[in-house]
Design a protein around this ligand. Sequence first.
Ligand SMILES: [Zn+2]
Ligand SMILES: [Zn+2]
Length: 267
Amino acid sequence: MIQGRDEDEGCCCGGHEHDASEDCGCGSHEGGCCGDHGGGCCGGGCGHNASDDQIRMFIVGPIETDCYAYVSEGECLVVDPGNSGAAIARHLEDVRVTTIVATHGHGDHVGGAKALRDATGARFLMHEADVELAGRAGEASELGRSYDDDAPEPDQTIADGDVIELGTASFRVIGAPGHTPGGIVLLGQGTADGVAFVGDTLFKGSCGRTDLAGGDHDALMATLARLREEIPARTTLFCGHGDSTTMMEELEGNPWLQPGAASDGMH
Ligand SMILES: [Zn+2]
Ligand SMILES: [Zn+2]
C-alpha cells in the first residue's frame, strides 16, 4: 500500500514498503526505506540527519533578547524567555514545553518566564546565585528598564556539571560567572552536540559587560578562559542578543578569547 505518496517528491516513507530493487525515487538509501522516521515525506531524498531536533528563535522585549526553543522528540527546552511568555507559549503549542532555563537572572532574560511557565506547566531552572536578581525583573533595573514580570522561584536550581535532558538531546551546565554571579552556559550533548546557549557571557566579537550589579570582570575573564577549553571549535554559539556565531570564529577573532585577554567587555 502506498500512503500519501507524491511521485514528484521522491520517497514518502509514509507507510509503504519497498526494497532496494524497487525504485522509490529516493536514490540515496539501500535496502528498504528509512522506516525510522514516522510518517511524512522525506522530500529531500531521505537525506535526513541523525536527529530531527530543531532550534527556534524568538526575539523578545525592548532590548531584543534572543529566546531559543530547542525541540527534540517533541520535547522542548526554552532558554531565556525574556518577555512575552504567553506569546512564546502560543508559538510552541505543537510541542511539549517541559523545561525553561534562564542563562542568568537579568530581567531581559527572565521577564517572560512566569507567563510561559503558567501557560505550559514547564519547570523553571536557574542558578541559585541569580535567583534574587531574577525575582526583581518586573522592577526598574539600574538601567531604568523593567520587564513583563518578576521571575518565579525556580522549581529547581542548577549548577556547574548538572545535565538537562530532553528527547535525545541533553545540555551540560557550565557555571559562567562574571556578567552576573549565577550565569551559566548550556553545552549540547547527544543530538544537541555542536550547540551551545551562551547567554550574555559571550557575543560575536565581544563579551558580556561587567559594570552592572553583581558583575565581576576577573570572574568573567576566568569564565572565558574556561570556555576556550571546554567548548569545541565546531560548536555554534547561540547568544543572548544579536547573531549566533561559532566557537571557531570567536577563537580566531574575539579579543576576549585570546590568551591573556583582560579588556573590558562591551555589552
Ligand atoms: Zn544580561
Ligand atoms: Zn541580556
